[in-house]
Design a protein around this ligand. Structure first.
Ligand code: HEM
Length: 352
């Protein structure tokens, strides 16, 4: 331990090159090796997003993030719903088995009921073909390098930036590996339904390491995309609720009273004011009771969350900044590294 003191001028004192050289020469070679390893460990753990890091593909596949962005720009210009799909996909991936692309796996004889066939995902979760298109482009650029879990995270980040016209603009740490397990029972355990009250919603976030503010901030994603009528008709439209009268009348015109998943079940925009823009309009809608789900309206049922809704609605730039951080936090849930996962060749199937 005494010999390690030669590190003192390097680490603590702002030593000159000469001083460092003298210290290094004075140290014995095997101690140097030990110290190199020590420094490497310190460096590896230095990422605030550990085990993920920003720019993980910088050397492995320098064009990786640009490839994802290119495909996303085209897809969103064709249909903004593609952006909404990716943001929801990240949520549904990360809350179940961690951010490991388990939601993308297709059924097989060995695993006939994966997550994507579970009611929270089937038939409403969309965007699987878009992930395939991104993966295909990446397999051409750098075969076997970029995980499907990282693709979902990058795609959700790019969707946020494009749909907010650059106002939600952040770096997404990467280095996730893809999971090999997916079961339809899991989404039912971890994805709270739209009929949930506030305490159930908070509990579903806390169990994943997210807090009440993360819940309020991430719910703001309901400023874009669509919902099937069956997701809100029975408990928020057809039963007494505080839903805005004008919105209720509009929705009754759009939705059959008996809308059921898989049956006659049209879709409506979630944010009737700025449908395809990722902005703070959601919070204004929560305040004017112009939201679709019981779970959206629930944000006004405690003083703490109501205060957050008001802040997000009123202060320009406030929500965008918080959303960036909350997305990175969500994208770090229970990520797999090393032998816990693999880099899938196809996002719909595990490697043999
Ligand atoms: C807090 C609990 C949440 C509940 C109960 C919930 C529920 C729902 C439901 C029922 C839909 C409509 C699905 C359909 O019928 O097609 C939906 C859509 C959507 N959700 Fe959530 N959600 C929650 C949180 C989140 C979070 C955290 C995000 C992302 C950060 C998110 C992003 C979206 C997006 C973008 C859509 C539109 C998807 C599309 O257009 O395909 N949601 N959500």
């Amino acid at each position: 331990h005494f010999s390690l003191l030669f590190l003192y001028p390097i680490l603590v004192k702002q030593a000159s090159f000469e001083e460092i050289e003298m210290a290094v020469v004075a140290a014995k070679p095997h101690i140097l090796v030990a110290c190199a390893l020590l420094l490497l460990t310190v460096r590896c753990q230095a990422s605030p997003f550990w085990p993920l890091e920003i720019g993980y593909y910088h050397d492995k596949c320098p064009q990786a993030e640009a490839v994802v962005k290119g495909v996303m720009e085209k897809a969103i210009s064709q249909n903004p719903g593609n952006g909404a799909a990716m943001i929801r996909m990240l949520f549904h991936d990360c809350f179940v088995e961690g951010c490991d692309a388990s939601v993308l796996l297709d059924p097989t004889p060995f695993s006939p009921t994966p997550e994507k066939l579970s009611p929270p995902n089937d038939p409403t979760l969309r965007g699987f073909e878009l992930i395939d298109a991104i993966k295909d482009a990446l397999e051409v650029a750098c075969p076997g390098v970029v995980s499907c879990a990282d693709i979902v995270a990058f795609a959700a980040r790019d969707a946020s930036c494009i749909l907010s016209r650059g106002k939600v603009n952040f770096q997404m740490p990467s280095g996730r590996r893809d999971g090999t397990f997916s079961n339809a029972s899991e989404p039912l355990k971890f994805l709270a339904p739209p009929t949930s009250n506030l305490s159930d919603l908070v509990a579903s976030f806390v169990i994943k390491g997210l807090n009440t503010e993360d819940l309020v901030v991430l719910s703001g994603a309901h400023t874009i995309g669509r919902s099937h009528c069956s997701s809100f008709v029975s408990d928020h439209l057809n039963t007494p609720s505080d839903i805005n009268g004008g919105l209720a009348a509009f929705l009754r015109g759009q939705c059959p009273a008996d809308a059921t998943p898989g049956g006659k079940d049209p879709t409506v925009m979630q944010d009737v004011v700025t449908s395809n823009k990722l902005d703070r309009q959601y919070y204004k809608n929560v305040l004017s009771r112009t939201v679709l789900f019981t779970s959206d309206a629930a944000l006004m049922t405690s003083a703490e969350t109501a205060r957050m809704v008001v802040e997000n609605a009123k202060i320009p730039g406030w929500w965008e900044d918080k959303f960036e951080k909350a997305m990175v936090k969500m994208a770090g849930i229970e990520v797999k590294t090393g032998y816990q996962g693999q880099i899938r060749k196809k996002c719909r199937a595990i490697n043999h």
